[in-house]
Design a protein around this ligand. Structure first.
Ligand SMILES: Cc1cc2nc3c(=O)[nH]c(=O)nc-3n(C[C@H](O)[C@H](O)[C@H](O)COP(=O)(O)OP(=O)(O)OC[C@H]3O[C@@H](n4cnc5c(N)ncnc54)[C@H](O)[C@@H]3O)c2cc1C
Length: 253
């Protein structure tokens, strides 16, 4: 193996069986630790020297349950579990399917997806329009906050573990995307849902994470360009794809 690859720097593996045990392991002074769920990001990213991994698979739920008119999804639910669950809104199932090949979907989890905040994640854009709420377990007790707030300030997750994500249900949905090929990760995608007080629109590929936007805010976005598309092209795409989404939703604003 090459020096510098992530797994070379991992010195201990913990598999706690209770939440308190996991939180205690994370809170140790002077110890570098990282929680691991599906491992698709942790195992492929360089970690600081002497990192200890804390595996969540024995403590985080993978249940999908109705809860007060919403759907609560355990953080350890694999993306393939979303795809296969008839309880999950069909748009979210499709977006989970689009996140990657089955090898990735059978490992990657919804908790890891939220914690990673990948700017190109259509599933995260879907969670934004489904008004997702994230339950975070902290040493001092749990807190729940909208996923939009977590994406805006990931520091709220420091020292905590995502336990579950709850989503609204119902509402017509639409999506539009452009990638280099139909199977490729989108350069920009627009995801819409008709919620009780109007259409919620989320965009990928135009900011550091997927974001909620309106037609009016698109022009003031400041995306980074890359080999797949310049900043100007991305703003142009966002406007065009948003128009298509609003068009599919019958002009509801
Ligand atoms: C080849 C490849 C292709 C990919 N393609 C895409 C793509 O198209 N779109 C996309 O969005 N992503 C993509 N990813 C990124 C990644 O697969 C997703 O973000 C994935 O869902 C991460 O989930 P995981 O369970 O594997 O996370 P892990 O690798 O286990 O963890 C990722 C991060 O989240 C933290 N974490 C995990 N679970 C929790 C929790 N419950 N509470 C607190 N923190 C937690 C970890 O500490 C770590 O920082 C790709 C990755 C690879 C390797």
């Amino acid at each position: 193996m090459n020096a510098g690859y992530g797994m070379r720097t991992i010195t201990r593996y913990h598999r706690p069986t209770t939440l308190d045990e996991a939180l205690d392991l994370m809170a140790r002074d002077g110890v570098n630790s990282v929680v691991v769920a599906g491992g698709t990001v942790v195992n492929s990213s360089p970690q600081p020297p002497d990192t200890e991994v804390i595996d969540l698979q024995a403590i985080c739920s993978r249940a999908i349950e109705r809860d007060n008119g919403r759907l609560a999804i355990g953080a350890m639910t694999r993306l393939q579990g979303l795809v296969e669950s008839p309880a999950v809104p069909s748009l979210l199932r499709e977006l989970a399917y689009r996140e990657g090949p089955n090898t990735l979907r059978n490992a990657a989890t919804i908790g890891g997806t939220v914690a990673t905040g990948d700017p190109d994640s259509e599933l995260l854009a879907g969670l934004l329009v489904y008004e997702a709420q994230v339950r975070i377990e902290h040493p001092g007790g749990p807190s729940t906050l909208p996923v939009v707030d977590l994406l805006a300030d990931p520091r709220v997750l420091a020292g905590g573990i995502i336990g579950s994500i709850s989503v609204a249900t119902g509402g017509a949905t639409a999506s539009a995307r452009t990638g280099r090929t139909p199977a490729d990760v989108s350069i920009v995608a627009a995801i819409g849902r008709a919620a009780s007080d109007g259409v919620l629109l989320a965009l990928t590929g135009v900011a550091a994470t997927p974001i909620l936007a309106t037609r009016e805010t698109i022009a003031s976005l400041d995306p980074s360009g890359d080999f797949r598309g310049s900043a100007e092209y991305r703003i142009d795409l966002a406007g065009t794809l948003a128009d298509r989404v609003f068009g599919q939703l019958g002009g509801v604003q």
